[in-house]
Ligand binder design. Structure first.
Ligand SMILES: Cc1cc2nc3c(=O)[nH]c(=O)nc-3n(C[C@H](O)[C@H](O)[C@H](O)COP(=O)(O)OP(=O)(O)OC[C@H]3O[C@@H](n4cnc5c(N)ncnc54)[C@H](O)[C@@H]3O)c2cc1C
Length: 327
């Protein structure tokens, strides 16, 4: 039995997958996240009377390890297939997508699998890690600039996007900093809309070709959602990049107008969200990275593929490598 203390920064799906494996192997794991809840980009936003999945829209499975994990989620009632009609949408014409892909979603919201993985783990929410310090042969994490965490850790794993990881690592690991430098994350402006009347469109999700949006979806067609009409529309990475420095107030008129032009409907209620580090520009084959000398590690979607599967596998594989090295 080992009691090696490990800190994981980030309670997205990669950090939680990693934490679960390490906890099962009897490591003393603490996960820190700056948000109020777990899940990271696998997320759902609730407003006064409505809500929508405003990050990842669905997930697919390819790798046998992740396929088995999703079957577990389905059995536990935290994921379910989404049978929504998926199409391409160009110049007002929709064409059903001729793919046989099975799409899954979290139920009752996209955050559900993350909440399931978080059960039984030691998770500190509302903790923004602003720096790490080497104290003798241990790591000490600082939250909110000044305040040091009293706990010390033998190993720190960063399950956060590369720009944020590099900021914390640069002083201590040239190796991991170089890995961070190789990844480029693209932004995504997202519009969430509530409509009083259902939209008369022949699809529930569509890859859009001639708009500032690249994807729109009828969120309420996902299983176990309230029935009122909600849509999520994601701007293309190119458009989002051009508008990345603008505020919500500056961007929302363009998003709402484009939604209206695309669907013929006006939004009765709406909110926007900017994902500054939404998706990886080019897929990676690294899976994870470890600096064994400094006892630091990196995992996250950006080390494999910008999907829930890619993120989960990255965290899972890092934990397996760590366990085998420390056996
Ligand atoms: C708009 C959008 C649409 C997407 N659509 C899909 C899709 O349809 N299908 C699909 O499979 N994938 C999709 N993805 C990608 C998928 O959501 C991600 O690949 C996956 O969720 C990433 O998980 P992660 O654990 O690597 O990182 P994240 O989910 O980003 O988790 C990182 C966590 O670290 C925390 N954090 C960051 N910095 C700090 C700090 N300094 N201190 C403490 N905590 C910190 C954050 O709060 C966050 O919770 C989409 C992503 C976006 C943004």
């Amino acid at each position: 039995m080992t009691s090696k203390k490990i800190a994981i920064i980030g309670a997205g799906i990669s950090g939680l997958a990693c934490a679960g494996q390490l906890s099962q192997a009897d490591y003393a794991v603490t996960v820190f996240d700056k948000s109020q809840g777990v899940g990271g980009r696998m997320s759902h936003r609730d407003f006064e009377k409505w809500g929508a999945d405003h990050g990842a829209q669905y997930f697919t499975t390819k790798d046998p390890l992740f396929t088995a994990e999703v079957q577990k989620w389905i059995k536990e009632g935290v994921a379910s297939p989404w049978l929504g009609k998926i199409a391409t949408y160009t110049h007002g014409q929709s064409k059903a997508l001729a793919d046989t892909k099975q799409r899954f979603v979290g139920v009752p919201a996209m955050t559900a699998p993350a909440k399931f993985l978080a059960k039984g783990l030691n998770i500190e929410l509302n903790h923004t890690i602003t720096s790490i310090n080497r104290a003798h042969d241990h790591w000490e994490l600082c939250i909110h600039d000044e305040q040091s965490l009293t706990d010390q850790f033998e190993q720190v794993i960063f399950a956060i996007p590369p720009v944020q990881a590099k900021h914390l690592i640069a002083r201590y690991s040239k190796q991991l900093s170089a890995v961070c430098d190789q990844a480029n994350m693209l932004p995504c402006w997202t519009l969430m809309a509530y409509l009083k009347q259902p939209l008369d469109l022949p699809f529930d999700g569509a890859f859009v070709n001639d708009s500032l949006f690249s994807w729109i979806a009828r969120d309420n067609t996902k299983p176990e959602r309230p029935r009122y009409e909600t849509w999520v529309a994601q701007a293309s990475h190119a458009w989002s990049q051009e508008h990345v420095d603008l505020s919500h107030y500056e961007v929302e008129p363009a998003l709402v107008e484009a939604f209206n032009a695309l669907t013929g409907a006006s939004c009765d209620l709406y909110q926007s969200h900017l994902w500054r580090y939404a998706k990886l520009e080019t897929e990676s084959t690294i899976n994870f990275s470890l600096d064994s000398q400094m006892q630091l590690g990196l995992c996250g979607d950006w080390l494999r593929a910008s999907t829930i599967e890619g993120a989960w596998l990255s965290g899972y594989l890092l934990a397996q490598e760590f366990i085998s090295l420390n056996d």
